[in-house]
Each structure stands twice: as C-alpha cells, then as structure tokens.
Design a protein around this ligand. Sequence first.
Ligand SMILES: [Zn+2]
Length: 159
Amino acid sequence: MHEEDHLEKVGVKKEMTWKTHMLLGAIAGYWAYPSWKGSVIGATMALVPDIDQARSKLGHFLGPVSKMLQKGLGHRTLTHSWVILLLPAAFWGDSPEGWAALWGLLSHLISDMLVGRIQLFWPLRMGWVGVRLSRALYGTVDRLVFYAAIVYIIYMGYM
Ligand SMILES: [Zn+2]
C-alpha cells in the first residue's frame, strides 16, 4: 500500500482548514486569557501544530523545517501530541500568556480529532486517536465549526 493511501485510510489527511483552526484558537486563547493578547496568542498557537505539513500555511513559510518534520517524523506526530503541549510552559511558565498558548494548541488537537486522527501519545505507538469521518462529512463539519466560531465571536463582541 502506498504511504499516502495508508494515511488516507487511517484518517490522517483529514484536516480542519487553517482558518477554522485560527478562529477556534482565538476563542480558546481569549477564554484562557480574556484580552486581545490572549486571542492573538491562541490564534497563533493554533496554527503551530500544522508546521509538520509542508503544504500548510505555516509549513509553506517555514519550508525546509516543515519538510524535515514531515519526512522525518510523519504527519501528525510530534506537533500533534502531548509533547507540543509542554511548549507553552517552557516558554511562558505559569502565566496568562502560557495558558492562552496552551488552550490555542489544545483547540487544534481537539478539532483535528473531531474530523480525523492524530498520534496523541507520540512517540509511544499507541495508535491514532480521533474520529474517522468520511471525506464529505469532514468538509461539512469543518464549515459548520467555522461558521459557529464566527457567530460566537460576533455574539461575544456584542456582550
Ligand atoms: Zn493539524
């Protein structure tokens, strides 16, 4: 079986779009640290896990680094596991910024698990964690979440 076919089969290629990730990250960051700073940090951190994909928004920007990650470790391993969740504490410690970053990352992992599967316990080979959706359904879920997030942000803006 080809590598790509295999990834498709285990649900690894199903990704929320970066726009959805960013919106969810902004909400999560704000939730942890209610300020514009919280939402900016959350939104930024929500894009970080996908640097393991050369074709992603950030991956494109980082070029060689993300190609190396993708080739060396594979899709959705290190940057989609509990390991990446240690990053905020390492950088910011127990601070509002750290919590906003953590929630931004968490929002990415959780939303990826809703439409596909990730290697959550990497480097332990405990298998892929998450929901396997059909290709059609996953697109719908991504869009629904995207619009729900926009409605939520507008609603919060009026509060
Ligand atoms: Zn992802």
